[in-house]
Ligand binder design. Structure first.
Ligand code: SF4
Ligand code: FES
Length: 360
């Protein structure tokens, strides 16, 4: 039963250890309804999840949140992941993980650290994060990770307030001795939808940013890896979201609900199984949510006859639902979608309203 109808094996596990977070970023893509601390899985159950994930073929686990440093048992959880044989990547805001904890994590076998930095300018960075002093603390934690010999990636979420400073952000990442920078434009899911117009860059800004990234790659080749994607709302084709629904990745929420992607709960009527009731291999193979949009057979026109169908898989199911009300529809980011005008219309809307910060 375990492998019925699932030719694909997952490679990555996103472990949302908690939804708690000290920052209040306006672009947070976590769901509107956060899971409470009392419902969080304990370290031993995470250990079972990691063991089952490894048996299923998962190679790496992203220890994320919220802010994973809010978990007092983060070191134990990390040790369980290493015991399971997974490559462990900590995704942190840099606030909530002390230097001492970073050393303990390193001793527990942590393999890699990703620190989010909101801007190259300290005042702007703290403003975007809604947390005074966060910028300095991020620097300190990044420095400690490098001092311990851990590979460092700097995550930059791009939007209208910082899109003009990508070059300065790459300089900052170099100064921090990061080996990689991940430039991700805001994804408008969860909380970020509330701030869409306040975050939305103009078409001119996006065009300039795409050119900037190409120039920066040439300039810094061999010194730092720059990964970046064109923002959805200004693209001609959609992204193959999460590598395809139920194909490459698994997301486990703080309470143990297992999702095909981090925004899947935004699609109403889906049935998500919990690791409290089922094993991970059982959920991967048999849960209604994972089987809802597997493959491409469900895609309507224009995807049904399109030669890119196996390349982008019709785009993102969550975005299709959020913009059209139909999760099976062609992602309206695609310029061939009958709903594409929705996206171009929204991409043209900018306002300078104050951010709605996420407060827990
Ligand atoms: Fe991709 Fe569908 Fe657009 Fe073709 S029509 S490019 S398969 S989203
Ligand atoms: Fe859910 Fe893209 S975010 S499929």
């Amino acid at each position: 039963m375990a492998d019925a109808g699932t030719p694909h094996k997952p490679l990555g596990l996103l472990a949302e250890l908690t939804h708690r977070c000290p920052l209040g970023c306006a672009y947070c893509s976590n769901p509107l309804a956060l899971e409470p601390r009392n419902d969080e899985l304990d370290a031993s159950i995470w250990g079972r999840v990691f063991t089952e994930a490894a048996a299923l073929g998962v190679l790496h686990v992203h220890l994320s949140g919220g802010e994973p440093g809010a978990r007092r048992d983060l070191v134990d959880i990390t040790a369980h992941a290493r015991e399971a044989g997974l490559y462990t990547n900590l995704i942190t805001s840099g606030v909530g993980v002390t230097s001492r904890t970073m050393r303990d994590l390193w001793e527990a076998g942590l393999d890699h650290v990703q620190v989010s930095i909101q801007d190259s300018d300290a005042v702007s960075s703290d403003h975007i994060a809604g947390y005074r002093g966060a910028f300095q603390r991020k620097h300190a934690l990044a420095a400690e990770a490098v001092r311990l010999g851990l590979p460092l990636t700097v995550n930059l979420v791009v939007h209208r307030a910082n899109i003009g400073r990508i070059g300065e952000m790459v300089d900052l990442a170099l100064k921090l001795k990061a080996s990689r920078i991940e430039i991700a434009h805001v994804q408008y899911y969860g909380w970020a939808l509330k701030n869409r117009a306040a975050l939305m860059p103009t078409a001119e800004q996006v065009t300039r940013a795409v050119a900037d990234v190409e120039e920066l790659r040439d300039k810094h080749r061999g010194r730092i890896v720059i990964d970046a994607v064109v923002p959805d709302y200004h693209a001609r084709f959609p992204k193959p979201c999460v590598g395809g629904w139920g194909r490459r990745s698994i997301n486990v929420t703080p309470s143990g609900r297992v999702l095909p992607c981090h925004a899947a709960e935004s699609i109403p009527g889906m049935e998500f199984w919990s690791i409290a009731d089922h094993s991970l291999p059982d959920i991967w193979a048999n849960s209604p949510a994972f089987n809802a949009f597997r493959g491409t057979g469900f895609l309507p026109a224009p995807c049904a006859d399109c030669e890119r169908r196996e390349i982008d898989l019709g785009g993102c199911r969550c975005q299709a639902f959020l913009l059209t009300g139909d999760a099976r529809a062609t992602d309206p980011v695609c310029h061939l979608s009958p709903h594409h005008a929705l996206v171009t219309g929204l991409a043209a809307v900018q306002d300078d309203a104050p951010y709605a910060y996420r407060r827990i």
